[in-house]
Write a protein that binds this ligand. Structure first.
Ligand code: GRF
Length: 246
């Protein structure tokens, strides 16, 4: 086991003014959801600042996206640790040195220990490519196609110890068309992910979205189990953008 890790700017962390809400994003791969968050930040619309991106995979492309945006990119390879508990303990330390208000899981492909989940209870969000509680776990698009359902989508939820089981904040729905392929469905869902994740993050950072017991609460009102279903038009209005035909 080792507690060494690589950081681009480890010794150059500059404290932000106290009122800037701080976000740490965890990734394992491409980081297109991270990019959607970075894009909102670039336009001063995120409601806070991504202060670090941490990956358990050294060559995750999302790290490059972080570097390109001038964000501290940290590699903490899980292979160097004997156990999940040891890795998660090291990860907690790395995250906490960045003092986040919110931890965002954006394609972080690890099962989390209960210690880790408890540490960030109520301030950790995940995005999952299904209309939860349907299709927890992997291969959600293939499962939806195999079942012949008419609708699929994605969910942003608070992270609890139940895998993909925490209270949902926002969902976006896509229709499954005749002859839909797994690739085309995945692409459509991904595009919706890029819309709803920045909205959920912004609402959290603005203090509008929070976890209260078993429910996600928006503007003081507990949301239903499937969260708020955001249409394409709603998302466009919220992001104050002409989204075209996403
Ligand atoms: C997304 O499909 C997300 O729902 C899931 O992991 C994938 C990450 O994609 N949790 P990307 O790395 O953000 O492109």
């Amino acid at each position: 086991m080792s507690d060494t890790y690589a950081s681009d700017t480890l010794n150059e962390l500059t404290p932000e003014p106290a009122d800037v809400r701080r976000v740490v994003v965890l990734i394992s791969g491409n980081g297109s959801n991270l990019q959607a968050l970075i894009d909102e930040q670039t336009h001063d619309r995120l409601g806070g600042e991504i202060v670090a991106v941490i990956s358990n995979v050294a060559d995750a492309y999302g790290l490059q996206r972080a570097r390109d945006a001038g964000i501290d990119a940290v590699v903490l390879p899980h292979g160097e640790y004997d156990s999940r508990e040891a890795y998660d303990g090291a990860l907690i330390k790395v995250i906490e040195r960045h003092e986040p208000d919110l931890v965002v899981l954006a394609g972080f492909m690890r099962i989390l220990s209960s210690r880790f989940v408890q540490r960030f209870h109520g301030r950790m969000l995940n995005i999952h490519p299904s209309l939860l509680p349907a299709y927890r776990g992997l291969n959600t698009h293939a499962k939806a196609l195999a079942d012949g359902v008419a609708e699929h989508g994605c969910s942003v939820h608070f992270v609890t110890e139940e895998l993909d089981g925490g209270p949902v904040a926002i969902q976006a729905v896509v229709a499954i068309n005749e002859g839909e392929s797994e690739a085309s469905l995945k692409e459509k869902v991904h595009a919706r992910e890029h819309l709803i994740y920045p909205i959920a993050v912004k609402w959290f950072l603005e203090g509008r979205l929070r976890l209260d017991g078993d429910a996600a609460v928006l503007d003081g009102t507990p949301l239903p189990p499937q969260g708020l279903r955001l249409s394409h038009a709603d998302a466009a209005e919220e992001l104050d953008e002409d989204l075209g035909d996403v």
